[in-house]
Write a protein that binds this ligand. Structure first.
Ligand SMILES: Cc1cc2nc3c(=O)[nH]c(=O)nc-3n(C[C@H](O)[C@H](O)[C@H](O)COP(=O)(O)OP(=O)(O)OC[C@H]3O[C@@H](n4cnc5c(N)ncnc54)[C@H](O)[C@@H]3O)c2cc1C
Length: 499
């Protein structure tokens, strides 16, 4: 436990040398016991383990302000600080080796940090604590008949955590990522200042923090756009064996805007056909899909949703039929459901209950420019994915519209109007992760060699050069904002951009 000893001595030094540096309520919230340290040294990826010196369980936003001030301003040697939402990063991005991790969940009041309002100029919105989970935003919103418009596939992620990346799902083609649906933020910067910002007020901080990988401050409140919540989701999965037809239909769907949600995934093995069946269609459908898979060895599925409510219930069949008529899926290979909105949005459930701690998740998420998607198909989907046939994992694949992203924000996309998101969501035992790491590196290597300018989403880069390449033309502004808002480079060191 040398790190704990170091922090204990840092803290006792702080307290004796600077009696006003750390108020007693912070020292009360600081934990250095093995349980707290262990939890903050791991994440969903279970691949990177960085041991912090201590963990702060803040009881108020002021505790966070005081902790950052103690590091940046009251003490000659700054220590690093990372906000930890729920630790759903996969490569240590919410860790702070040797520093202090802030367990944002300690602030959570089980949805109590969510306040719904309306104003003439803004319409409906919710002021939400950065520590709150999207599942709670949904629950509280629905109590008012309202809901956010842009989601992630999984709802047990924090608002501060997804807004530090982008927050994408099948609604993003229509409404943009979650960062495009934020009106205002409160951020505690790396200088220990609590600043309210928006498009028109302290806008550098606002644009910097959205997609900013935690580099400029800790988001303590986000004002999120709400809209009237639809009652139900008409939901279909369609199967394709031809990649060109699959992508042509996905692109048509996001351009016509007739549906509310468009995603897709690859069916790479029989196991996928079974998983897929269990949540959707009947056993006979499953054997049909399995026989089809045996013939083609790689299938594609579009997932499509149209929302409706009491007023539109009488026309939903017709409207949904019109959308489907345009599409070229394999005749008969359409599977439908009709569920309440909440069942659709919360379709993944809470994966954290009883999660297998021994599992590792060496994920790779890529944004691929549309103009090169067929080259990507030839190199990766046709030639490389089949090598993973025996391994579990989910491969998500769907297109997004760049015009729904705000280029002033820190999040990075390819330089084209449409790009595809491919999520290679591998899972396995930690000692199997080398296989996936090798595979991921081969995919990246192929793109590099073929000149396909992909961008990583939830990025992980090992060198400063790779980060500069990742941000491209945004690098200089990203660096300037770092100098302005976190000049001592204290925050989110686990992203490994400046630390
Ligand atoms: C099962 C699963 C499904 C997922 N599905 C999707 C999906 O559909 N779409 C999608 O976009 N993403 C998805 N993700 C990825 C997810 O968006 C990221 O893991 C994200 O980091 C949110 O997780 P978290 O809230 O636990 O944040 P953490 O992992 O704890 O933190 C992420 C980063 O943000 C920083 N941070 C955390 N809180 C704050 C804050 N309040 N202010 C400033 N910085 C902060 C941390 O220091 C860290 O650098 C998924 C992840 C999992 C595990």
């Amino acid at each position: 436990m040398p790190n704990i000893l170091i922090l204990s001595s840092i803290l006792s030094l702080l307290i004796t040398a600077y009696p006003n540096a750390l108020p007693t309520d912070i020292t009360n919230g600081i934990r250095t016991d093995p349980d707290a340290i262990r939890a903050a040294s791991n994440d969903y990826g279970n691949l990177v383990h960085q041991v912090p010196s201590a963990v702060l369980y803040p009881s108020s936003i002021n505790d966070i302000v005081e902790l950052i001030k103690a590091s940046c301003c009251n003490y000659s040697t700054p220590f690093t600080i990372a906000a930890r939402g729920r630790g759903h990063s996969v490569r240590g991005q919410a860790m702070a080796g040797g520093g202090v991790v802030v367990e944002m969940a300690a602030l959570s009041r089980n949805g109590g940090g969510i306040r719904v309002s309306w104003s003439r100029s803004l319409g409906y919105y919710a002021d939400v604590g950065g520590e709150e989970m999207w599942a709670d935003v949904l629950r509280v919103g629905l109590e008012h008949g309202l809901a956010p418009v842009s989601w992630t596939d999984y709802l047990y992620l924090t608002v501060g955590g997804t807004l530090s990346n982008a927050g994408i799902s099948g609604q993003s083609f229509r409404h943009g990522p979650q960062i495009s649906n934020v009106l205002e933020l409160d951020v505690v910067t790396g200088k220990g200042e609590l600043i309210t910002c928006s498009r028109n007020m302290n806008s550098e901080l606002f644009f910097g923090a959205l997609g900013g990988l935690g580099q400029f401050g800790i988001i303590t409140r986000a004002r999120i756009v709400l809209d009237k919540a639809p009652a139900r989701a008409r939901w279909a999965r369609l199967i394709y064996s031809n990649f060109s037809e699959f992508t042509r239909d996905q692109e048509r769907l996001i351009l016509t805007n007739a549906s509310n949600y468009v995603e897709g995934f690859l069916i790479t093995n029989e196991r996928t056909t079974k998983q897929w069946r269990s949540s959707f269609s009947s056993p006979s459908h499953q054997s049909d899909v399995a026989s089809l898979w045996k013939k083609h060895r790689l299938l594609y599925s579009i997932e499509l949703v149209k929302y409706y409510d009491n007023l539109t219930a009488s026309t939903i069949d017709k409207e949904f039929g019109v959308i489907l008529e345009e599409l070229n899926f394999i005749p008969g290979f359409i599977f439908r459901r009709d569920v309440p909105l909440v069942d659709f949005l919360n379709r993944a459930g809470n994966l954290d209950d009883g999660r297998e701690e021994l599992e590792a998740h060496p994920w790779l998420n890529l944004f691929i420019p549309k103009s090169r998607i067929h080259d990507f198909y030839d190199g990766v989907l046709e030639n490389m994915i089949p090598k993973l046939r025996k391994t579990p994992g989910l491969f998500i694949f769907y297109p997004l519209n760049t015009k729904k992203w705000d280029s002033r924000m820190s999040a990075v996309t390819p330089d084209e109007d449409v790009f595809y998101n491919l999520g290679l969501l591998h899972s396995g035992r930690p000692n199997e992760s080398d296989v996936f790491e090798l595979f991921n590196n081969q995919v990246l290597g192929f793109c590099e060699k073929a000149g396909i300018k992909v961008k990583q989403y939830l990025p992980y880069h090992k060198s400063r050069e790779d980060w500069i390449k990742h941000f491209g033309s945004k690098w200089s502004i990203f660096q300037q904002r770092k100098m302005e808002f976190d000049p001592k480079m204290i925050l989110s060191p686990g992203q490994r951009i400046f630390n």
